[in-house]
Design a protein around this ligand. Structure first.
Ligand code: THU
Length: 168
């Protein structure tokens, strides 16, 4: 018997004007964050804004380094800061946007794999879905109702607890 095991969806809006107010507010925070990114090497400035269950909004942006791998993506800067400051508060949603230095970005920005992994663990720990709002500088906005849409069947700590005697 076949059964549907991933009944989740992503929505595509034509523009930010169609977004629920809360999502638009977070997207604007992400845009502000992108402008402050430190991206002298890639020239690709990414902004993220995280909304916590306590109402606090936290901005993050990519932080690059002359030793390239030492840098960090905007999403992880925002999430790690959020978890460092408010370790027990759930992340309700995250907005992600970007700007380059050549032409306007007119398509949703989809987070990298490493960020997805971190977002997935954050969602799992908070016991509630993390809404992900993605846009370039303008144009269509993609909204995923859970990280499970962006990283289905992810590797989580459950495997470690189930199959090892790790105490973490
Ligand atoms: N970057 C992010 O900040 N988030 C992503 O999801 C993808 C990539 C950054 C990393 C680097 O500073 C620049 O964009 C180019 O890869």
């Amino acid at each position: 018997m076949k059964k549907e095991i991933l009944p989740l969806s992503a929505l595509l809006f034509d523009s930010e004007n169609e977004l629920p107010e809360e999502d638009l507010k977070l997207l604007i925070e992400a845009r502000l964050a992108a402008q402050k990114a430190y991206a002298p090497y890639s020239r690709f400035k990414v902004g993220a804004a995280v909304k916590l269950a306590n109402g606090i909004i936290i901005q993050g942006n990519n932080q690059e380094n002359a030793a390239y791998p030492s840098g960090l993506c905007a999403e992880r800067v925002a999430l790690f800061y959020a978890h460092a400051q408010y370790p027990d508060v759930a992340v309700e949603s995250i907005a992600i946007t970007a700007l380059g230095n050549k032409g306007l970005i007119n398509e949703p920005l989809s987070p990298c794999g490493a960020c997805r992994q971190v977002m997935a663990e954050s969602e799992k720990n908070s016991n509630q879905p993390m809404r992900v709002i993605m846009q370039g500088q303008q144009g269509p906005v993609m909204v995923a109702e859970s990280m499970k849409v962006l990283l289905p069947f992810s590797f989580l700590d459950e495997y470690l607890h189930k199959y090892t005697n790790t105490t973490i």
